[in-house]
Each structure stands twice: as C-alpha cells, then as structure tokens.
Design a protein around this ligand. Structure first.
Ligand SMILES: Cc1cc2nc3c(=O)[nH]c(=O)nc-3n(C[C@H](O)[C@H](O)[C@H](O)COP(=O)(O)OP(=O)(O)OC[C@H]3O[C@@H](n4cnc5c(N)ncnc54)[C@H](O)[C@@H]3O)c2cc1C
Ligand code: SF4
Ligand code: SF4
Length: 395
C-alpha cells in the first residue's frame, strides 16, 4: 500500500490558507524575499502567487504571520529564557537613553538617531557590506520603500520613522540582496515582525533559508512598535493638509525641522511649499482610523529578538519626552553589545544608563502589551484566527 503523507507546504496550501486568508499576514515581505522562484508579489499589503510554486516551503518557514513562538526564538538566538524581570521588554543586557553624536544625524532622526548612527559606524569600520532599511520611493515620494544601502550616504535616506506599512514589504528584496547581489554581511533594521521573520530564517529554516540567506545577516536591529498603519492613512494625512498624494515631493511623519522633538507631520509640494499637522492630530487619524487589525494581535513591542532595539525616550506619562531627541535603546545580544560598545567608544553615539522600567513606561508599550491582551483573549475564546505564540510568557 502506498502511504500518502501530508502535502508539502506551499503558497496555496499553507501560506494562503493559514496566514493570508486568515488576516494574519503582517505584510513583512519575507515570503516574497525568500521564494527561490520569485513567484510571490506584494503590491499593497496582501501577498499573491504570481508564478509557479514548487512547494519548497521556504515562504511558510520564513513567515511570522501565524507561527511566532517567541519563547523558542529567544532560546535559539539568546541561548536562554527570559527572567521574570525581563517579562515586559524581553531578554537584554542593558538599556540606555542614547543619541547620535553627529548633530545632523540626530536632528534628522525620529528619536536620537541611534539606529542610523550604528549603521554609519558599521559601514565606517567595515563591519557590513550593506544595510536593508526603509527609505522612500523615488517614483512616489509619499510612499516608504525597501532600500539596500550600499554605503554610509545611502543609509541616511532611511532616517526617520515612516508611520506606514512598507508597500511591497521591507523584506521583499532580502533574497535579491544576499543571493543575487552577493552581500555577505548585511544589517537589517525592521519592525518586530520583520525581525521575527529574519530570526525564523536564521534558525528554523531549511538549508536554503539558513545557509544562503540567514547566515549572511550580521546585525538584526529594530525599532519598538505599538502598531502600524494602512497606506491609506498617509493618503488621508496628505489630503487633510490640502494636497493630493501625487503632489507630494516629500513626507515626514515626525518632522523636527520647525518644531521641537517629537515633531509634526509635514508634506512638501514640488513648488517647495510645506504644509504640516500637529503630531497629536496625526496620531488620532492614523491610530483611530487606519490601524491594521493584524497589529492588534501582535505581542512584541520592544523588538524582543533583535540584537538591539530602539524607541523614543518618554516622559513620566509615557509620551515622547519634549525636547529630548534621545532613543531608549535596548541591547540584547553579544552582537548588539559589541556594535553599541564600538559606536560608543568611537564617538558615534552618547548614552546614559536607564532601567527596564524607564523603557517600558511608554504609551506604545501600553497600547500593545496591555491593550492587545483582551483582543487576543477574545479571539482565543471565539476560535478566531490567532498567531501561535507557543509558550510565550504573557503577563
Ligand atoms: C510603525 C511604528 C511604530 C512605532 N511605535 C513606537 C512606540 O510605540 N514607542 C516607541 O518608543 N517607538 C516607536 N517607534 C519607533 C520610533 O518611532 C523610532 O523609529 C525609534 O525611536 C528609532 O529612532 P532613531 O532615531 O534611533 O531612528 P533613525 O536613526 O531615525 O532610523 C529610523 C530607522 O527606522 C526604520 N524604519 C522607519 N520606518 C519604518 C517602517 N515603517 N518599518 C520598518 N522600519 C522602519 C528605518 O529603516 C531606519 O533605519 C515606532 C516606529 C514605527 C515605524
Ligand atoms: S511572510 Fe510576511 S508578507 Fe508573507 S504571508 Fe507571512 S507575514 Fe505576510
Ligand atoms: S504591531 Fe506587530 S505586526 Fe504590526 S507592524 Fe508592528 S511588529 Fe509588525
């Protein structure tokens, strides 16, 4: 008798069935970036099969949409489980309030410019060949786009937070970067869901994922993340200040050139005129109308399996600390520690030690780590689609 095993995992029978059609896709782009046949495309925020699928399982194994067992990932990446006092922001070696020493880098950044300063240090010291970051589309300047920065100057285009899902997916160019372009030492800066995909590629994957892609990623850096927003949110902001998206020559979600940190939303038109909107109004429009439901089922705020993560320094109420322009930076792994220590001693960043409690006193932390619990619990009780968190320590 011929035994018939379960079908091999492919786009249609696993990725589409268990992730995309269930509303669990984070739009990270990893499936696009690892498909050896380049058969997946992500035009807006939903991946589609656009070519032949050989059911190799690469997309499924890289995907952070459904299986996101952070407890397992942290044991694989950090070789231990978290301690009780690490339950809020994850395993870490130290926490800092830090900023780029270069004043231009700091002024152009969202917070203290730490992520950019670390990439500049890594390029200058020959630690990386390229960095995969979020820049802006040349063709449609109001849209973020994945950028493979091959030099320190190219890194500067990625400065600043883009409060919008990256159309096409940040990780959609990962395979092209390391396989087609032969980048051997890559740094990636991403949201927690991007970092989950990278850690799955590095640790869970088959030989192709782990050896040909994961092993080329030297630094995995990330920002803290309460939630992200549909592209339509940014279109609405641009329209609210009286322009059409196609009239925008540049957009800044946290522009500090005319107001102090934490900045404001601004759009520059082709004729050089600039229009702006207060940050609170921006947050109400984006967070109140255009938040993506998948982000409400996400439970990683502080980018818990990155080598190093960075968010805003906050005041006693958890809101951006007025005028501070510093980043709360969490150093987690040995790679992150070496990178940060090198940048510190070579004068790329300046830092002051803070506590885990200082970092967790952030409204974004409350939105995600407190606010998402009843949403996750409700989905669990009703049997609605939910990521598989494994034995992750909720609190
Ligand atoms: C959607 C979103 C939600 C956030 N939520 C919080 C929060 O709740 N609390 C908090 O303290 N901080 C949050 N942040 C992080 C914060 O806005 C800053 O990104 C962080 O403090 C790093 O600042 P920096 O000055 O060190 O970075 P910079 O040196 O200015 O560099 C910014 C880096 O962020 C990357 N980046 C920008 N936009 C995106 C994007 N859409 N997707 C992936 N990568 C991107 C760029 O590639 C760049 O490397 C959020 C960021 C985003 C994009
Ligand atoms: S890999 Fe990323 S973009 Fe692709 S289905 Fe999974 S979550 Fe969505
Ligand atoms: S909230 Fe989670 S799923 Fe949404 S963008 Fe941030 S890390 Fe990704």
């Amino acid at each position: 008798m011929v035994k018939v095993g379960p079908p091999r995992p492919g786009f249609t029978n696993r990725l589409y069935r268990e992730v995309i059609s269930q509303g669990l896709c984070t739009a990270c782009g990893a499936c696009v970036g690892v498909c050896p046949n380049e058969s997946i495309a992500l035009e807006w925020v939903v991946p589609e099969l656009v070519g032949p699928c050989e059911s190799c399982g690469s997309c499924w194994k890289a995907c952070p949409g459904k299986e996101i067992r952070l407890g397992d990932l942290e044991r694989k990446v950090m070789s231990r489980s978290r301690r009780p006092e690490e339950r809020r922001i994850g395993i870490h070696r130290s926490c800092y309030a830090a900023h780029a020493v270069d004043q231009a880098v700091r002024r152009n950044a969202t917070s203290g410019g730490v992520l950019t300063a670390l990439l500049l240090y890594a390029f200058d010291r020959g630690l990386i060949d390229a960095a995969l970051v979020t820049g802006m589309s040349a063709a449609e300047p109001w849209k973020p786009a994945p950028v493979l920065a091959l030099s320190r100057d190219e890194v500067l285009v990625s400065q600043r937070t883009k409060y919008m899902l990256v159309p096409g997916g940040l990780l959609s160019i990962l395979g092209k970067a390391v396989i087609d372009r032969g980048v051997d030492r890559l740094a990636v800066v991403g949201s927690p869901c991007h970092v989950h995909a990278i850690r799955k590629i590095q640790t869970n994957g088959n030989g192709y994922l782990k050896t040909r892609i994961g092993s080329k990623i030297r630094y995995v850096l990330g920002h803290h993340c309460a939630f992200n927003f549909y592209p339509e949110g940014t279109e609405a902001l641009i329209q609210a200040v009286g322009l059409k998206p196609e009239e925008a020559a540049s957009v800044a979600w946290r522009d500090t050139s005319e107001v102090p940190f934490p900045g404001q939303f601004s759009v520059s038109a082709a004729d050089g005129t600039k229009r702006s909107m207060p940050l609170l109004q921006e947050y109400v429009i984006l967070g109140g109308i255009y938040d993506r439901p998948r982000c409400r089922l996400c439970y990683d705020w502080a980018n818990e399996v990155a080598d190093l993560s960075s968010g805003d320094e906050v005041d006693e109420f958890g809101f951006h600390k007025a005028g501070a322009q510093r980043s709360h930076t969490v150093v987690r792994t040995r790679a992150g520690e070496e990178l940060f220590a090198g940048a510190l001693s070579d004068g790329y960043v300046a830092a002051e030690l803070v506590t885990e409690a200082d970092v967790a006193r952030n409204l974004g932390f409350l939105i995600k780590k407190v606010g998402n619990i009843p949403r996750i619990e409700e989905a669990r009780r009703l049997g609605l689609p939910l990521p598989d968190f494994g034995n992750y320590p909720f609190f």
